[in-house]
Design a binder for this molecule. Structure first.
Ligand SMILES: [Zn+2]
Ligand SMILES: [Zn+2]
Length: 161
């Protein structure tokens, strides 16, 4: 296709669009036009900056409660989901005393928290993300805290004599 035909085709196509768009297509490669567009954009923001920021602030404040509640609910749901996945993998029973009540269960770092510092929702998220690595087990909070404080749960200390 010769450049002439191409140009006339473009002209034909441009006849079909709005005058503003036609003007834009004809001048978009023109450096002066480009520069002008940049200035227009930045000056629009400069002119409306305070108004735009005030609107954004007002809107944010008006809906803050809703936003916060929404993210709280989403966070809780995610927490429950990750926790359930971890318990499915590591078992829904305390590895030490055999308690099965789900509300009592948590995930324990078998070698303490020396190299990993996650706890709570961060721990569950990390375990899910890493495909349930080795070195973790299900314990109830009693056994977990006792082990944390004394190095070994009293249940185990007794059974060892
Ligand atoms: Zn236990
Ligand atoms: Zn125990």
């Amino acid at each position: 296709m010769s450049q002439e035909v191409q140009a006339s085709l473009l002209e034909f196509a441009l006849d079909q669009v709005s005058p503003q768009l036609r003007f834009y297509y004809r001048h978009r490669d023109d450096p002066t036009f480009k520069a002008q567009r940049q200035i227009d954009k930045s000056s629009w923001y400069a002119r409306n900056k305070i108004r735009a920021q005030a609107y954004r602030k007002k809107h944010y404040r008006a809906h803050l409660k809703k936003y916060k509640e929404g993210s709280k609910i989403r966070g809780k749901k995610l927490y429950e989901k990750n926790r359930a996945l971890c318990l499915d993998h590591y078992g829904r029973v305390c590895s030490c005393c055999g308690v099965e009540e789900e509300a009592f269960l948590t995930i324990d770092h078998m070698n303490g928290k020396k190299d990993r510092h996650e706890s709570g929702d961060k721990l569950y998220r990390m375990l899910v993300k890493n495909g349930f690595p080795e070195g973790f087990q299900t314990l109830c909070y009693n056994c977990n805290i006792a082990k944390g404080h004394r190095g070994v749960c009293p249940h185990r200390a007794q059974s060892r004599g």
